[in-house]
Design a protein around this ligand. Structure first.
Ligand code: SF4
Length: 328
C-alpha cells in the first residue's frame, strides 16, 4: 500500500512505559504505521536539558525501545532510533539557531514552565530546546507530526523556523511539516486527580504482572462523593469508569453506567472487572515483551539499524542545507 507521507515523533527516554504513555502516544504510533512512513526517535539529547544524572539513561532507553516494539511498532517498516546516534541533528540545530531570535524562545510558555520546574538549572540547552526539536523534525523531511492541541505552538514554531531559513538562504530547502492533530486522552493516575506520571508514582506500568496491575487498579480513587457501598455513584467523575470506556465491552460499560448510579454495583466489583479487562488487553504485550527481553542485543541492533536508515535521510537534508547556506 502506498504511504501517505512521512510522520516523525520523538519521546524522551523515560524507561518502562505506563498506561498514560500507551494511550497518549504509543497506541497512536502503532496505528500510524498502517498509512504513513514512520520515524520514531528516542530523544536522549533532549533529556539532558533537565537531567541531574545520566546513570539510568541507557537502561531507560532500552526499556522504552523494548516497550515500543512489544506494543507493536514494527522496526522492519518504521525507523526506530536514538537521537544522538544521528549527530547531524546537532549540526542542523546550530544552523537553525542562526535564524531564531532569542526572544522568541524565551517567550514560549513551555520555556517558562521549564524554568519554573528547574529553577537551579536554566541552561543554554533548555533555551534552545525548541530549536533542537525543530531540527529533529526537519532533518527527516517530515510531512506530518502527530501533536495534541497543547503542543501545537511548538509545531508552529518549527514552521516559522522553516520559513525563516528558506527565506534567509533563498531556497525551499526545508519542508514545512503539517500538524496531524490527534485527540490525545488525558489519562489520570490512580489518584484520579493528576495526569498519570512515573514521577508522581500514580502510574500503572505496562510491563507489570497481572497481579501487580490488579493491585494498582484496586488502589484507584473513585467518585470521592461515594462514601458507602450503598451510596449511588457518578461514573462521569470516576477515573475507573474512564478506563472502562477504553478497555471494557459496551455491555459492561452500559451496565456500570446504570448500576453505579443506583448503587447496584460496588467499587470493588467494578474495579475487578476493569482489572480483568486491562490484564486481558495487556497480556499479548507482556508475552511479546518477555520474549524480546530474552535478547537485548536484538533491541540494540534494531536501534542501530534505525539510526543507519535515519542517517541516510539526514544526510540528504544536510547536503541541501549546507549547499543552500553556501558553506565552503
Ligand atoms: Fe467508579 Fe465503578 Fe465505583 Fe461507580 S462503581 S464510582 S464507576 S468505581
Amino acid at each position: 500500500m502506498t504511504k501517505q507521507g512521512r510522520v516523525f515523533s520523538g519521546a524522551r527516554p523515560t524507561g518502562r512505559q505506563h498506561l498514560g504513555n500507551y494511550l497518549g502516544a504509543i497506541k497512536n504510533y502503532v496505528a500510524l504505521q498502517d498509512n504513513y512512513e514512520c520515524v520514531y526517535c528516542i530523544v536522549d539529547v533532549h533529556a539532558l536539558t533537565t537531567m541531574d544524572t545520566t546513570l539510568e539513561l541507557k537502561q531507560n532507553t532500552y526499556d522504552m525501545a523494548l516497550d515500543w516494539l512489544a506494543a507493536g511498532i514494527r522496526p522492519e517498516e518504521s525507523i526506530v532510533f536514538i537521537q544522538s546516534h544521528v549527530p547531524q541533528v546537532m549540526e542542523l540545530h546550530t544552523y537553525l539557531s542562526m535564524v531564531t531570535p532569542i526572544g522568541k524562545l524565551t517567550d514560549l510558555p513551555t520555556f517558562k514552565d521549564k524554568v519554573r520546574e528547574n529553577p537551579n538549572n536554566v541552561n543554554y540547552g533548555l533555551v534552545g530546546y525548541p530549536v533542537l526539536m525543530a531540527a529533529d523534525i526537519l532533518l527527516y523531511a517530515t510531512d506530518f507530526v502527530p501533536v495534541g492541541v497543547d503542543q501545537a505552538p511548538h509545531l508552529e514554531f518549527t514552521r516559522e523556523v522553516v520559513r525563516s531559513f528558506n527565506y534567509r538562504y533563498g531556497a525551499p530547502v526545508l519542508k514545512e511539516p503539517q500538524m496531524k492533530t490527534t485527540s490525545i486522552p488525558k489519562v489520570l493516575g490512580i489518584d484520579g486527580v493528576q495526569k498519570m506520571s512515573k514521577s508522581l508514582n500514580n502510574h500503572i506500568e505496562l510491563a507489570s504482572t497481572a497481579e501487580e496491575t490488579t493491585q494498582r487498579v484496586m488502589q484507584m480513587v473513585t467518585d470521592t462523593a461515594r462514601i458507602r457501598r450503598s451510596d449511588p455513584g457518578n461514573p462521569d467523575v470516576c477515573n475507573v469508569f474512564s478506563l472502562h470506556k477504553i478497555f471494557s465491552s459496551q455491555d459492561e460499560i452500559d451496565m456500570i453506567n446504570v448500576e453505579c448510579r443506583r448503587a447496584g454495583i460496588g467499587c470493588v466489583d467494578c474495579k475487578k472487572i476493569l482489572a480483568k479487562n486491562l490484564n486481558a488487553h495487556l497480556e499479548p504485550f507482556r508475552s511479546r515483551r518477555n520474549e524480546l527481553d530474552q535478547n537485548p542485543a536484538y533491541i540494540w541492533d534494531t536501534l542501530a539499524d534505525g539510526a543507519k536508515r535515519a542517517t541516510v535521510l539526514a544526510e540528504e537534508t544536510m547536503t541541501a542545507v549546507r549547499d543552500a547556506i553556501g558553506l565552503p
